[in-house]
Design a protein around this ligand. Structure first.
Ligand SMILES: *Cc1c(COP(=O)(O)O)cnc(C)c1O
Length: 226
């Protein structure tokens, strides 16, 4: 069961600010996704390839699927025909694989680079050096559009820490948005920095205060996951 009131309130506020709401539907049934779709929602996020593929098959074709989880290289081929945006590009190896498979499919795939912004060991993501490496060699990638950055804050109640992590991502974003290679003319279209994807149910308001323009919200809309 979706929380219709919460959805309408959140999506209304975000629309006013031109912030993209990705409704995170992982583990939730297609009926719930369809209920939200019928309220006008089009962007949905999933973090397992198989689950996304099964749901996409049963749901309207104009849904924009966001892959928000850790993507294994051997699953890239499967996801390419289905996905609007791959949010969690967390290694150079993965980006190369996406570029290769997108090329074979004759597609250009939209990607966000996932940066490791929390102090936690377990979170996936690029460090600053790896980010620089990708950002300074965009001509290597002919079949991806790098549209910005994605980050996940620490899993904590300490909202000051969370805020600091979001601020850090915004600084990286601004630095790279100014970088000459983010200029489409110089980067051969590979890099077009426009999106900062941060913020989940618990911290999306802070994320927005710190510059996010794409939030990924699951439990507030769909209810708690088991
Ligand atoms: C599950 C998930 C979300 C949504 O989490 P909620 O706390 O339910 O809003 C956002 N981003 C990623 C990457 C996720 O895996």
């Amino acid at each position: 069961m979706i929380n219709k009131e919460a959805y309408l309130s959140i999506s209304g506020k975000l629309a006013e600010k031109k912030i993209t709401l990705v409704a995170v539907s992982k583990t939730k049934p297609v009926e719930d996704i369809l209920a939200l779709y019928n309220l006008g929602q089009r962007d949905f996020g999933e973090n397992y390839v198989q689950e996304l593929a099964e749901k996409a098959q049963q749901l309207p074709a104009d849904i924009h699927w966001h892959f928000i989880g850790h993507l294994q290289s051997n699953k890239v081929k499967l996801i390419i025909p289905l996905v609007q945006l791959i949010q969690g590009v967390d290694s150079l190896k993965l980006l190369k694989e996406i570029d290769k498979e997108a090329g074979k499919a004759g597609k250009i795939i939209n990607c966000l680079l996932q940066v490791h912004i929390s102090g936690e060991e377990t979170k996936f993501g690029l460090d600053e050096t790896e980010l620089d490496e990708i950002m300074t060699s965009p001509s290597k990638f002919k079949h991806v559009h790098i549209q910005g950055l994605m980050g996940m804050a620490s899993f904590t109640d300490d909202m000051n820490l969370v805020r600091t992590e979001f601020k850090y991502l915004k600084i990286l974003f601004d630095n790279h948005a100014k970088h000459p290679t983010s200029n489409p003319e110089k980067s051969g279209q590979a890099i077009q920095f426009q999106t900062i994807s941060t913020g989940m149910s618990a911290d999306y308001q802070i994320a927005i205060e710190e510059g996010s323009n794409m939030v990924r919200i699951g439990s507030l809309i769909f209810g708690e996951r088991k």
